[in-house]
Design a protein around this ligand. Structure first.
Ligand code: ADP
Ligand code: MG
Length: 701
């Protein structure tokens, strides 16, 4: 189903094939795109100075019609373009020293907006920092300067500025949008999918009114209210896409209804030398509720490193095993899989629950035996890597899949395990805490359980910033810790001298440290270009204590647990994201000696205040919220695992978190009632229009 707004932009008034091509280069293909091409800047009348009142020394924005213009040479050879502009209050000269080429783009009769300081030079003159051609002299039928009532901005006193390009200057946008706006607004009314009641509940403007307010605001407030409406639409359709995926994953076909006997769960509880934290109990309640219902679980468990997620996952796995099923835990690396296996085997010692392992490096007869244990059901809990999803791996009765450190796996891999019959429940563990708003925007298809508390008695990692000149002291502290038998990480952003000369590369430093600050110590260099086996070898040696100092790039980011490693030095710390730094320091929070993390900004690093956040708090959620605030949502969406996350132009998930929650609830409610959108055809069509290409990404085969 296509609406009139799908009409190619070429057939609109004032647009021919040439302009249509230029518009296409800006992503404007059809009438709707043009309607949604909203101004990037608004200047209120109160911020516009009548030229007669522009005083020397002020910085002004003025709007006027060009009465006279030309290039004036000066004795020094500088060529100055000058234009005299007029508004209702009088005239003033504008001067652009050294920019004679502006003459080519400006005509007498043009209406322009200028912003800049007022100087004195043979009289008052504005020296514009910025200028915008609002209207071309030949616009409309009336004489220049009065031909203003047809352009979008003129109903009120707010001047709008569109995103424009070299080929398509401002005045063209203003003219073309002005000529077509009424028509566009009339037709966008057919795309209003919210009833008046719904709008009332949500506190949102009607769609065409919102778009009109964007193009012809009557007040500055007007356009903010309008933006909220457009933001809601973006968030709603994003959530709708995810709500449909959630429905497909959890409801379309029933999930396993696990029977909880408590046989294993109680035994594990009783054997633990500690009690679960309130947060662990809380998330387990959510997980058990999903697992014992016919709704299939598709849940993300997030919490800081060390918050006890793995233990929670183990309880979930025991519930599956109690109910007669197997559970699988998929880790991103072999070493991690081995660590999980060892820890889980310890915890399950003496319980009637068998642990199996499947990793890629185990081959031949041993692999066949491991696979056979999985296929026969002899292994109740199976820990592994990608090897779990390889061809030929058969489970007897897989009931639950736990994916560790999910950011390393694509959705497809996650689902590859989960798509077999009977459809196992899915629990995704993430040790990169993200704010609620970001979780909603990126993982709206998953339900979210959050552990917001660390087990008691942990000594938090102490983090401090050190100046470049303090490096000697820092390494002396490292050496002292080594003397006491502890181990250290030294982290660099790169492995080779980069084009940035100030970057202290890990290789150079590694050599230097071994000869100077840390002479006589066992150091190893770990970086991304080493082969898998080499990396594993180094990690194992570090784990065994044969290596005391691991000099490394961020490849240690995803998790290894070496309880004896207590100190971390991060060089050029300003080059890392805050969340990444937080991840890194999580590596030394494991033991009970108390970890120390020292951040050393590069010698030429600029402002490093944002690093103070890490010294101030050890709460990963707080760090992540700050990171989001500083970097903005785009950065996080770009890092989304399938390479194109949500594309939000109007919505800001921090500013509009309330809208995001409303959009999610509404989208989920709608999909639960009408999963195929059969009774909501307009919504379905609009979803398809926004995400037609992308919704395919969520189909697995
Ligand atoms: P995560 O997977 O979130 O990084 P783990 O589950 O590996 O955390 O737990 C980290 C450490 O804390 C483990 O040694 C674990 O046995 C211990 N632990 C987990 N829960 C508690 C608790 N409630 N009280 C004390 N220690 C706990
Ligand atoms: Mg873990």
């Amino acid at each position: 189903m296509r609406g009139l707004l799908d009409k190619p932009v070429q057939f609109l008034k004032g647009v021919g094939p040439r302009r249509a091509e230029s518009l296409a280069r800006m992503g404007i293909l059809n009438a709707r795109d043009l309607l949604y091409h909203v101004p990037r800047r608004y200047d209120d009348a109160s911020t516009i100075t009548p030229v007669a009142l522009a005083q020397v020394g002020m910085d002004v924005t003025a709007v006027g019609v060009v009465r006279n213009q030309g290039v004036v040479p000066t004795r020094s050879g500088l060529r100055i373009f000058q234009a005299v502009i007029q508004d209702d209050s009088g005239i003033i000269t504008c001067a652009w020293p050294g920019q004679p080429w502006i003459e080519r783009n400006m005509r007498v009769g043009d209406r322009i907006l200028v912003t800049g300081p007022v100087r004195f030079f043979h009289g008052r003159q504005i020296q514009p920092r910025e200028h915008t051609l609002l209207e071309r002299a030949d616009a409309g039928s009336k004489s220049p300067g009065t031909a203003s009532r047809s352009t979008p901005s003129e109903t009120g006193t707010i001047f709008v500025t569109y995103p424009a390009s070299e080929e398509l200057p401002q005045w063209i946008f203003r003219r073309v949008i002005g000529q077509n706006l009424d028509w566009l607004l009339r037709h966008v009314r057919e795309e209003e999918y919210l009833s008046a009641t719904a709008r009332g509940e949500l506190g949102l403007t009607e769609l065409s009114a919102a778009l009109e307010a964007c193009h012809r605001p009557r007040s500055m407030n007007d356009k903010d209210t309008a933006r909220r409406r457009l933001a809601f639409d973006e968030l709603f359709f994003l959530q709708l896409l995810q709500a449909r995926e959630r429905y497909r994953a959890t409801r379309e076909r029933p999930g396993i209804v696990f029977t909880r006997t408590n046989a294993l769960i109680r035994a594990l509880h009783d054997s633990l030398p500690f009690t679960l934290t309130g947060a662990q109990v809380g998330v387990l309640r959510e997980i058990y509720a999903d697992m014992t219902s016919s709704r299939r679980m598709n849940r993300m468990l997030q919490g800081d490193v060390g918050s006890g997620k793995t233990l929670v996952a183990l309880f979930a796995m025991l519930l599956a095993v109690e109910g007669g099923y197997q559970a699988a835990l998929m880790a991103p690396t072999e070493i991690l899989a081995e660590q999980h296996t060892a820890r889980i085997s310890d915890l399950l010692d003496g319980l009637p629950c068998e642990v199996g392992t499947l990793v890629g490096s185990v081959t031949g007869g041993r692999r066949e035996r491991a696979r056979a244990r999985v296929a026969s059901g002899e292994a109740d809990v199976v820990v592994g890597t990608h090897a779990l999803i390889q061809e030929g791996v058969e489970f007897h009765a897989l009931g639950l899949v736990v994916v560790d450190e999910q950011q390393r796996f694509g959705v497809r891999q996650r689902m590859a395990l989960a798509e077999r019959e009977p459809r196992p429940d899915v629990l995704v563990m993430s040790a990169t805490p993200i704010p609620r708003s970001l979780a909603m925007a990126l993982h709206g298809d998953l339900d979210l359980s959050t552990i917001h508390e660390l087990p008691p008695g942990r000594r938090p990692v102490v983090t401090r910033l050190a100046g470049h000149h303090e490096r000697g002291d820092v390494f002396r502290q490292v050496a002292e810790r080594l003397e006491r038998g502890q181990q250290a990480y030294i982290v660099y952003p790169l492995i080779e001298e980069s084009e940035k000369a100030d970057l202290r590369a890990a290789e150079t430093e590694f050599a230097r440290l071994g000869k100077e600050d840390l002479a006589g110590r066992k150091l190893a260099l770990l970086h991304g270009r080493l082969g898998g086996e080499e990396k594993d070898g180094i990690m194992r040696a570090f784990l065994a204590g044969e290596i005391e100092v691991l000099v490394s790039t961020t490849v240690i980011e995803v998790g290894i647990d070496v309880a004896n490693a207590t100190v971390m030095v991060i060089e050029n710390a300003e080059r890392f994201g805050l969340s990444q730094l937080h991840q890194l320091r999580g590596r030394i929070g494991r033991g009970d000696q108390g970890g120390l993390c020292v951040l050393i900004p590069g010698a030429e690093a600029g402002a490093t205040e944002r690093l103070e956040v890490l010294a101030r708090t050890t709460d990963g959620f707080e760090v992540a919220a700050e990171d989001l605030r500083i970097r903005g949502q785009g950065d996080f969406f770009g890092a989304d695992q399938h390479g194109h996350g949500p594309d939000l132009r109007f919505a800001d998930i921090v500013e509009h978190e309330d809208l995001l929650a409303l959009a999610r609830d509404r989208a989920r409610g709608l999909v639960d009632e009408d999963p195929g959108l059969k009774h909501n055809a307009l919504v379905g069509m609009l979803l398809d229009r926004r995400y037609g290409d992308r919704s395919k990404l969520f189909e697995f085969g």
